[in-house]
Ligand binder design. Sequence first.
Ligand SMILES: C[S@@+](CC[C@H](N)C(=O)[O-])C[C@H]1O[C@@H](n2cnc3c(N)ncnc32)[C@H](O)[C@@H]1O
Length: 261
Amino acid sequence: MTSRRRGGAGRGSGKDGSGKSGAGKGASIHVSVQRTPTVRLKRKKGRTNSQQRWLQRQLNDPFVSEARRRGLRSRAAFKLMELDQRFNLLKPGARVVDLGAAPGGWSQVSADIVGPNGVIVGIDLLPIDSIEGAIFIEGDFLEPDAPDRLKRELGGAADLVLSDMAASSSGHAGTDHLKIVALAEIAFDFAATVLAPGGAFVAKVLQGGTEKTLLTLLRGNFDKVIHAKPEASRKESAELYVVATGFHGAAVLKSESELED
Ligand SMILES: C[S@@+](CC[C@H](N)C(=O)[O-])C[C@H]1O[C@@H](n2cnc3c(N)ncnc32)[C@H](O)[C@@H]1O
């Protein structure tokens, strides 16, 4: 299923109903992380310990309350705002792919900056409320037809491919690690076919950095590759982002074996 929004009415959840948020280039990414008095959540029958911990953490998370105040759909939006301020990823008129886009925080930030001449195409397993200027595909990025569907909607080479994809936790750290690594690798395979020369790629990876294969491919096909942990990324989480800028181009793409020679 595809949902488009280029103006007009929709179910956007931004403050003005457009799904946009005022999270553009000039927006402050500063969020006060001063300790407000800890909100203690009463125990409720039927709530598991991990649900209790999650709720408690949400209630005391300054990024969660600031996101709500600014009409942003996720605290994750602050991660992209920070990455953009550091690496200048988003530009007016850019074509952006948002892999693992729900609930839409990164797309909101992107839409605000690329503006009416840009294109944002997102995909997620989950449905996403509309955002002005963004097109969403509800589906699995790992399905064989997903890359072509994204490219069709994009209508040209991408300037930026973002992947914040994360499979739901299996409860087994090793399995979760493998899943995130696989998603980042597949996201790169796609980015390599759709990015314009000079384009950028951002993917969620895990502490310890990007796996050797992916890192070799990124270093060999982009000018610059950096790992970053934005402020909004929880300290206790192993999450990290790899940011690769200055894509050399699909026409001169080097494979892992060529790079290892
Ligand atoms: C951390 S959330 C993304 C948050 C998003 N960046 C934001 O700012 O709102 C990760 C998302 O990846 C999605 N995801 C995981 N595996 C996927 C897959 N194979 N195809 C599409 N989406 C996937 C999940 O459904 C989830 O919504």
